[in-house]
Design a protein around this ligand. Structure first.
Ligand SMILES: NC(=O)C1=CN([C@@H]2O[C@H](COP(=O)(O)OP(=O)(O)OC[C@H]3O[C@@H](n4cnc5c(N)ncnc54)[C@H](O)[C@@H]3O)[C@@H](O)[C@H]2O)C=CC1
Ligand SMILES: O=C(O)[C@H]1OC(=O)[C@H](O)[C@@H](O)[C@@H]1O
Length: 274
């Protein structure tokens, strides 16, 4: 996909964690115009650097010393790395909970001023699809994964209040090439809109700790972004173009979590192994 047609401001060195993942692979390409140097990192295998503008730096987020070295020399971070689905708590603890603590400690030590955190709709997953909530609604995490993202948002708030590090926590809905089911007609976030939201999150002059819902301009939405209006995010895409294809799927039973809760099936996962 092409880069934005305008010329955004440029950072010196931008760190992208989770760069081997689904969104990381997409953003590795699309964040390129935003920095002189893009440092890409993951615990999984990464494609080699595509040119002198990229540094490939493998790292396990659970390793505090390694994360400290990873962050050194960066002026901003887009943090996608971690377990991205519901899993046993011990896995989430290492990658997501320890991981985000290590990341912010390193940001503090190395003077990083701006973080974009890939939070998730699963911090509020137990709200019903019949409800509309904003960023100030009490969190209702729908599992260990959602709890870890909720913790991540608290870490972001703490490091702003205590150390002045600014963060935009993007509660991403469902960012995939297309919405895969009826629920995602409401939660879908196109890659183009995700990129635009990250750009706003990196370059809006003052964000403190802003929480924003990462969704495209879908017809039926459950989230109100007025509290993040200062970002100036204006989604360009809508799930509506996929409606006929999605609605050709068999209907979802009325008692299926996918038809009841904003977090869908995540609300009904686990326990693991006991
Ligand atoms: N794709 C989506 O619709 C949504 C994504 N998100 C969040 O956005 C981020 C990216 O999501 P995806 O690309 O879809 O997930 P993904 O699972 O494809 O990518 C996550 C990456 O993090 C890496 N990772 C896991 N544990 C790690 C560790 N200990 N150290 C270093 N790296 C580690 C994985 O190897 C993987 O490449 C995740 O934080 C996810 O929770 C949130 C809501 C929705
Ligand atoms: O709720 C959703 O659709 C998405 O939310 C997430 O946080 C997950 O990382 C992603 O795998 C799900 O598909």
């Amino acid at each position: 996909m092409s880069a934005p047609s305008h010329t955004p401001p440029r950072l010196n060195r931008l760190l992208l964690t989770g760069a081997a993942g689904g969104l990381g692979k997409v953003l590795r390409e699309r964040l390129r115009p935003f920095a002189e140097m893009l440092r890409v990192s993951d615990v999984a295998a990464l494609a080699p650097a595509t040119g002198p503008h990229e540094e490939v730096t493998p790292c396990d987020l659970a390793d505090k010393a390694a994360v400290d070295a990873l962050v050194a020399g960066c002026d901003a971070i887009v943090h996608l790395g971690g377990v991205s689905v519901e899993r046993p708590f011990e896995e989430i603890l290492e990658a997501n909970i320890k991981g985000i603590f290590h990341l912010y400690e390193a940001a503090r030590r190395h003077g990083v001023k701006r973080v974009v955190f890939a939070s998730s709709n699963h911090v509020i997953g137990f709200y019903k699809q019949s409800e509309t909530i904003d960023a100030h609604a009490a969190r209702r995490p729908d599992g260990y994964y959602g709890l870890s993202k909720s913790f991540g948002e608290d870490v972001a708030q703490f490091y702003f209040d205590r150390w002045g590090i600014e963060t935009v926590s993007i509660r991403i809905g469902s960012s995939f090439p297309e919405p895969a089911n009826r629920r995602m007609m409401s939660t879908w976030l196109s890659y183009r809109d995700l990129t635009s939201l990250i750009e706003k999150s990196l370059f809006t002059p003052e964000v403190k700790h802003t929480v924003v819902y990462g969704m495209s301009a879908n017809r039926d939405v459950w989230w109100d972004n007025h509290a993040a209006a200062h970002l100036g995010y204006q989604p360009q895409d809508s799930s509506e173009v996929f409606r006929a294809k999605v609605e050709a799927q068999p209907p979802v039973a009325a008692d299926d979590p996918n038809a009841i809760y904003q977090g869908g099936a995540f609300t009904a996962q686990g326990p693991f192994g006991d």
